[in-house]
Design a protein around this ligand. Structure first.
Ligand code: SF4
Length: 238
């Protein structure tokens, strides 16, 4: 948001069905803010993270656009909570009767937020890039902030983990890391934990879903769909 508090810099806005999480399939307006403090090696939205682009839009204009769309609004990124104006945006969306989901990696917080579903997606070790070294080090030091994740759980929440599922052993490795994270958080609600395959190729998803399903059945986690990949391919605006 600008210094005057009247604008936000967004990479894109569109209406589609939610592709991920417990609200998968729900028609929603997506507001994708640009810029991220992380640099995941497999980031599927580099134009809103590594190479931030986008338009600066008046908050009132954005709210008018949301008013013409579905009741559900998803505030995403990049890392939306880097933008101080998200608190004003989400409060005003709430005042106009919208259901607000915030999608965040859980590394930053801000006061004054309104949120009906905090969709937390802490990043696992495999997200850390190998280069360039300064960015890799910054990512590794920032990606897991349990105190911040816990604070953001003051809202209704879900935990989404992107896991490698191209082979059984790497999936098992990622699940061990998730177990340690859940223990640190003191979380014992596996049905609020979703495992999503790291994959943007629709042809690859089926086999990865099958491997993850076996883990979910054994552990009580949920299989996290990626409907926007299966329905539309890896296409902006979906
Ligand atoms: S946190 Fe999200 S937007 Fe940021 S680099 Fe990782 S995948 Fe991309």
């Amino acid at each position: 948001m600008s210094a005057t508090g009247r604008t936000l810099r967004i990479q894109e806005r569109f209406v589609s069905v939610q592709g991920e999480g417990v609200l998968a399939g729900v028609p929603s307006s997506f507001v994708r803010l640009t810029g991220c403090n992380l640099r995941c090696s497999w980031c599927d939205s580099p134009l809103s993270s590594w190479r931030p682009t986008g338009e600066t839009i008046e908050l009132d204009a954005l709210l008018r656009w949301c008013a013409q769309g579905p009741r559900h609004v998803v505030v995403t990124g990049g890392e939306p909570l880097l933008h101080p104006g998200v608190s004003t945006l989400t409060q005003r969306l709430s005042e106009t009767g919208h259901h607000v989901t915030i999608e965040t990696a859980g590394t930053v917080d801000q006061d004054g937020l309104h949120c009906d579903l905090m969709s937390l997606s802490p990043k696992l070790a495999h997200s850390t890039p190998t280069q360039p070294l300064p960015l890799a080090q910054r990512h590794e030091s920032l990606r897991w902030q349990p105190d911040t994740v816990r604070a953001l759980m003051r809202f209704e929440w879900q935990l989404k983990f992107v896991v490698r599922a191209d082979a059984q052993d790497v999936l098992a490795h990622d699940v061990e890391e998730i177990d340690r994270m859940l223990e640190t958080l003191g979380i014992d609600e596996p049905d609020r934990v979703l495992l999503m395959p790291e994959c943007i190729d629709p042809a690859e998803l089926e086999a990865r879903y099958q491997r993850i399903s076996a883990v979910c059945c054994a552990r009580g986690f949920r299989l996290g769909p990626r409907l926007h990949i299966t329905a539309f391919g890896h296409t902006p605006g979906t």
